[in-house]
Design a protein around this ligand. Structure first.
Ligand SMILES: Nc1ncnc2c1ncn2[C@@H]1O[C@H](COP(=O)(O)OP(=O)(O)OP(=O)(O)O)[C@@H](O)[C@H]1O
Length: 301
């Protein structure tokens, strides 16, 4: 489990990350969504013990990342944004070099590296990492992050700059790791991606976490109110509805769009039925997470 408490970083008097408190439970895939400069990289840097917080702390399975960095690192893997490697070494040689930081016995390391190279599709690639494409570097980065078979994996915008095939491969890898019970914390500025692979999300803007929870929770919280939008189509004329819980309504010929604080579809059906009106369609109008995100973070698309 990942838990941050009031995690804060100040650069030149500006709170790049401002009192970030969140919790990611074991086995969850958490999407950390925010526009450029929101503070995602800085927050992850603090969570993996690379950036010292001004205030607050991060606990990995209860272990304080600052107080017990080695214990925390044993449980975590980290794929940074723009991962770097020794350009003259091959994928295998790079991984062998990094394995030394985990006190892995040489034979065990070789076996693990072979397995990981196969997993990320780099088995048999012997050319130096300096000549790798961005996609290959990211895949090698993933292998590096998985070297110590961590329970918790942090990925900072892992699909950024990848071609569609590379993006798909990464999403598959995330799903696969999730199936194996890993806890995944990954940042992105792509709503659609987060929706596809995450159980829970958090939205950060200007250093502050403005909403977190399931995608449904976040949509609800970010829409600013608990409003439901209900679309109704009827046969013939649409009568005005009497339900006092209706906050707003637009009536057209044969249809209406109703805003209410709770889901009153059943009561609308009863009322229309009582008035002898036949309903052709009645449904909640969904706003996509993307709509909500753009409105809240950017003030509209
Ligand atoms: N080392 C640093 N020194 C000064 N300011 C910094 C430093 N690192 C980050 N910042 C500032 O902190 C803020 C948050 O940056 P950060 O890189 O964490 O955002 P991000 O959400 O990861 O953005 P992106 O999506 O562009 O990578 C930005 O305003 C950035 O300019």
């Amino acid at each position: 489990m990942i838990r941050t408490e009031n995690l804060t970083k100040i650069y030149d008097g500006v709170r790049a990350v401002d009192s970030l408190s969140l919790e990611v439970k074991e086995g969850e895939v958490f999407g950390f969504l925010g526009p450029n400069g929101a503070g995602k990289t800085t927050a992850i840097g603090m969570m993996v013990g690379l950036i010292e917080p001004a205030e607050g702390k991060c606990l990995i399975n209860g272990v304080d990342v600052i107080k017990n960095p080695l214990d925390a690192k044993r449980m975590t893997g980290y794929l940074p944004d723009g991962v770097g490697f020794y350009a003259h070494l091959s994928a295998r040689q790079n991984l062998k070099y990094f394995s030394k930081f985990y006190d892995m016995e040489s034979g065990d390391a070789d076996r693990r590296i072979a397995e990981l190279l196969d997993y990320v599709g780099l088995a048999g690639v012997e050319k130096p990492a300096g000549s790798f494409s961005r996609g290959m570097r990211q895949r090698l980065g993933l292998a590096q992050a998985l070297l110590n078979d961590p329970e918790i994996i942090f990925m900072d915008e892992p699909t950024n700059g990848l071609d569609p095939q590379g993006v798909m491969q990464f999403r598959h890898a995330i799903n696969d790791l999730a199936r194996k019970g890993k806890t995944i914390f990954f940042s992105s500025h792509i709503m659609e991606e987060v929706q596809q692979v995450c159980n829970t999300i958090g939205i950060i803007t200007k250093g502050k976490l403005i909403a977190s929870g399931t995608i449904e929770d976040v949509k609800r919280k970010m829409s600013g109110s608990d409003r439901y939008t209900i679309l109704i189509k009827v046969a013939g004329d649409m009568p005005k509805l009497a339900d006092t819980r209706i906050m707003d309504a637009v009536y057209n010929n044969g249809s209406a769009v109703i805003e209410s604080s709770i889901d009153i579809r059943d009561d609308i059906s009863t009322e229309l039925y009582g008035k002898g009106v036949r309903i052709r369609e009645q449904r909640l109008v969904e706003r996509s997470l993307e709509d909500v995100f753009l409105e809240t973070v950017y003030g509209g698309a």
